[in-house]
Structures are given as C-alpha cells and as structure tokens.
Design a protein around this ligand. Structure first.
Ligand SMILES: C[S@@+](CC[C@H](N)C(=O)[O-])C[C@H]1O[C@@H](n2cnc3c(N)ncnc32)[C@H](O)[C@@H]1O
Length: 235
C-alpha cells in the first residue's frame, strides 16, 4: 500500500477536474513528529488513491459496520471514537497534512486497527471508493462554513453531496453533521429537506455514538457561537 498524499493535488486523477472545492490547501508547518508520522505510519493506515471501490471486509479483515468521517481536522475525535468503538471500522478523510500526521500519531499510540485514512478530496472518495449502500453512518463535523456569500458555492453540503451520501448509506444509515455557523445550519436543513430521502433522527436507538467536542467546536464555543447537531436517518 503506498502513500496517497500525492493524490490530494489530484493532477492526473479525476479529482483534478473538480472546479470548485470545499477547501484550499493550507498545509501550514508540519512538526517534526507529524512529518515522521507521515513518513513512517501513513503506509500502514492510508488507503491508496488508486484503490478503486473498496472491499471493506478485505480492508479491515472483518465485517463490522463502517463509519466515514469527512474533514477530521486534528483527528482527536476520530481516534477517541476508534478507541471506544472497537466493534466499528472507521474511514477518515482529510486533506490537511498536519492533521493527518497528528491522527497517525494518536492511532499509533493506541494501536488502533479499526481506522484507515484517505488523504483526498472527500467528494472524490465518495464518488470513486465507497461502495453503494455500505455505510452505517457518515460524519461531517464543523465543515468549513465559507461565510461570505460569494464563497457559498464552496460549501461541501450541497444537493450533489446529499444525493451522493444517500446512495452510500445503508437503509437506516445516519448522516450526522455539526456546525457552529447558524446560516450554514439553515442551509444544510434546506438542502437535506429538498433531497427528500432523509428524516430527522430524533430517535437515536441503535446509534451508539456520543459526539465528543472537536477542536474547531471549542473555538466556536469560545466565541459564543451556538452548536447545531443535525442528525438524519435515511428513510
Ligand atoms: C473547519 S475544519 C474542522 C475540523 C474538525 N472536524 C473539527 O471539528 O475540529 C474542516 C476540515 O475539513 C477539511 N476538508 C474540507 N473540505 C474537505 C474535502 N473536500 N475533503 C477532505 N477534507 C476536507 C479541511 O481540511 C479541514 O481540516
């Protein structure tokens, strides 16, 4: 298995054709430890960008439920959930290299076997790598809000995204989104309602996850922002 970090730029891949992305590259400075983690641990955890549509049982060596987290940031939430839910397999997707390096260190420290990572644009992962009707849940916690109107087209939640997710979740699968940006929350509610295939999941029966606070969420709370947790079940 080779590192897929080069796939982030997506030059030869279909990813390269996407004109509007939900992120801009801001790799910042890698710490020495993050760089070492990327060099030494990524081959163990990364899914190759040439992998095609995944065979989850082959990838994880079991048939446990699979949860995808898009934009895991520092990866603290994902590492914690992986530790608490050994009965679940997790796929994390992130394009921010320092965050990937941070998660790799956490996974190595706790010797997690139930996490794999894509360092690719999530839209390309959803389109090319996740089998239809295969996911127990998909998490999108604090996606970049792109608050300026002229940037709204960059928001990852749009009709295409919701349609794609609907095709990837198992029947009764859960789409869990959190945001601290009220205008984005209203936008998400409208887009999901317009899709028509999701019901608000007031009843969490069979959904074993409690969402820990994320780094981005803590920043929002310090600024006094309200947190919106939006849970939908595919109906
Ligand atoms: C605002 S941060 C939130 C990070 C984390 N979920 C948290 O709550 O702390 C959004 C993250 O999503 C990532 N991201 C945005 N669009 C993405 C995409 N299309 N594919 C993969 N990652 C993406 C960004 O790199 C960034 O790290």
């Amino acid at each position: 298995m080779t590192s897929s970090l080069s796939g982030v730029t997506g030059s030869g891949h279909r990813a390269g054709c996407r004109s509007v992305r939900s992120f801009v590259r801001r790799d910042g400075r890698l710490t020495v430890a993050q760089r070492r983690a990327l060099d030494e641990l990524l081959p163990r955890y990364a899914i190759d960008h040439c992998a095609g549509v995944l065979d989850f049982a082959g990838l994880f060596g079991n048939s446990h439920a699979v949860v995808v987290e898009i934009g895991f940031g520092s990866g603290s939430l994902l590492a914690r959930q992986a530790r608490h839910h050994a009965e679940v397999n997790f796929i994390g997707i992130e394009v921010y290299r320092p965050g990937v390096g941070h998660l790799l260190r956490l996974l190595d420290e706790q010797d997690s076997r139930n996490v794999r990572i894509f360092c690719l644009d999530a839209m390309d992962v959803l389109e090319n790598h996740i089998p239809p009707r295969s996911l127990f849940a998909l998490w999108l916690f604090f996606p970049d809000p792109w608050p300026k109107k002229r940037h709204h087209k960059r928001r990852i939640v749009n009709p295409e995204f919701v349609e794609r997710v609907a095709g990837l979740l198992l029947p009764d699968g859960v789409l869990h989104i959190a945001t601290d940006w009220s205008d984005y929350a209203r936008h998400i509610e409208a887009v999901v309602a317009a899709d028509g295939r999701f019901a608000i999941a007031n009843d969490r029966t069979g959904y074993p996850f409690v969402r820990p606070q994320t780094r981005f969420e803590q920043r929002g709370l310090r600024r006094g922002y309200a947190i919106h947790d939006l849970l939908y079940r595919l109906s």
